[in-house]
Design a protein around this ligand. Structure first.
Ligand code: F0G
Length: 466
């Protein structure tokens, strides 16, 4: 990076473009009404800037596309598998590498092979598919992030850390029920916050003292490595690859959604050192995903991952990525918009509970705010609040701990002007925040209601007057 100039640029130029479409406010109101006031039900073509997720939504590089032409589609033992395996092994050093079609398939195979009813799996915070796969096995997902994680505006360089004292206590008191411990890097459900190397190392030491395997949910391992490089003492001169290698060296295995830091539109893997567990996992892989050298993927997908995993570790890329997320945070801070601080790796999380105190939790403030961002600016985000988490297994409703709106950034897709436009929309909606009205649910399924529930304005017939 030339030190003379301060502008951090997108470290790529654009070879293929995909038009995005402006709509009018009136068109967007019609679209969202048709969608039952649910952003998941919109047609993507009616969205201008889509920040619903950073998963599988990134742009692949010319090197990845070129790699795909080299895909070996042999059913068993394809060349592409060995290339993919060599890449994952260089980064993680794990002995057994099992490709899967995405992250949750790795979770299903791992938990299906290792859990029994009543087991407890501690984590900093389980992602919702991880928790669902654990609960499906009648086991318990235990979230034990450090206490700082619960306070949106509180600063901590590694707010994704696991609470080591709580981990030790769990293992001491109930170690016989704990078949494995996990740490999610970065902690998506906790605001995309990183985990320090010291925390990973100590968690690993504690687990191994109790003879419990230690796994990483490694979806955003490269972003986590970058935060370690810039925030943790002793790592400034190390490459992201070397940092990633050290992180994985403390673990006994990992699950991975390559739709994030694998830089692909589909793909993932499960990896581990234990021979017996790997044998059981491969048997389960064959039942659902396919033969263990392709795991639900085409040979060309394995090629794309083999290239993408290295590209995610490039310094120019990580610098640009983390900086563009931090920039949105700075613009929000200047505008007085409350959010989870500091900004994480892949997303910003607006604190709608603080921003919209006039909307009670059961009129879903974060949901209403996400609708306002769409109506005013054509921006699609996702609610992480009482719609997503409010419905209890016994059918009752209770407020979620936080009411957040996540704006997740696809990798290598949007440029600085897209981000400036987003900041402008956020500033405008913030000025009009007192006029935003809540919503009510008019129709909902019994599980995972946020995907398909239909809503209506709770008062009158509008969310935000013109
Ligand atoms: N673990 C974490 C931390 C995740 O963020 C995700 C997916 C998964 C596991 C599951 O991976 O989608 O490939 O099956 N997160 C996406 C998101 C969906 O929007 O945050 P998957």
């Amino acid at each position: 990076m030339p030190a003379r100039f301060k502008t951090i640029i997108e470290p790529f130029r654009i070879k293929t473009v995909e038009p995005i479409r402006h709509t009018t406010r009136t068109e967007r109101i019609a679209a969202i009404q048709n969608a039952g006031y649910n952003l998941f039900q919109l047609k993507a073509q009616d969205v201008l800037i889509d920040l619903l997720t950073d998963s599988g939504t990134g742009a692949m590089s010319s090197r990845q596309w070129a790699g795909m032409m080299m895909g070996d589609e042999s059913y068993a033992g394809a060349r592409s598998f060995y290339k993919f395996e060599a890449t994952v092994r260089e980064i993680t050093s794990f002995k057994h590498i099992i490709p899967t079609h995405q992250g949750r398939a790795a979770e299903r195979i791992l938990f299906g092979s290792a859990l029994k009813p009543g087991d407890i799996i501690p984590n900093n915070t389980h992602f919702d598919t991880t928790r669902a796969n654990i609960e499906y096995r009648q086991a318990i997902g235990l979230d034990i992030p450090i206490p700082e994680a619960h306070h949106p505006q509180l600063h901590h360089p590694f707010k994704g850390n696991i609470d080591l004292a709580a981990l030790e206590k769990t293992l001491h008191e109930q170690g016989d029920k704990v078949p494995m411990v996990m740490i999610t890097i970065t902690n998506n459900s906790g605001g995309g916050q990183p985990v320090s190397m010291a925390n990973i190392r100590s968690a690993s030491e504690i687990c191994h003292r109790y003879n419990v395997p230690f796994f990483l949910d490694a979806c955003r391992f490269a972003e986590n490595a970058w935060f370690i490089k810039i925030r943790e003492e002793g790592y400034a001169d190390k490459t992201p690859l070397a940092i990633a290698q050290e992180m994985f060296s403390y673990a006994d295995g990992c699950t991975m959604s390559a739709k994030k830091d694998g830089m692909v539109n589909i793909g993932g893997f499960l990896a581990m050192n234990d021979d017996d567990l790997a044998r059981r996992c491969r048997n389960m892989e064959i039942l659902g995903e396919g033969f263990p050298t392709y795991g639900g993927l085409a040979g060309y997908d394995l090629e794309a991952m083999a290239v993408g995993l290295y590209e995610a570790l490039e310094e120019d890329y990580l610098c640009y990525r983390i900086r563009s997320v931090a920039y949105v945070g700075e613009r929000m801070k200047a505008a007085g918009i409350p959010f989870v601080e500091p900004t994480g790796g892949h997303a910003v999380y607006i604190d709608a509970k603080t921003m919209l105190p006039h909307i009670p939790w059961n009129e879903y403030p974060a949901w209403a705010l996400s609708l306002a961002l769409y109506i005013e600016g054509g921006i699609r985000s996702v609610e992480i609040g009482s719609v997503m988490f409010g419905r209890q297994p016994d059918g009752s409703e209770k407020a979620a701990a936080m009411e957040l709106v996540r704006l997740a950034f696809p990798r290598r897709v949007y440029t600085q002007s897209h981000v400036d436009y987003l900041a402008e929309v956020l500033e405008y909606v913030n000025i009009r925040r007192d006029h935003i009205r809540g919503v009510k649910i008019v129709e909902e399924p019994s599980v995972l209601r946020h995907f398909t529930a239909r809503f209506a304005p709770a008062h009158g017939d509008i969310i935000l007057p013109e």
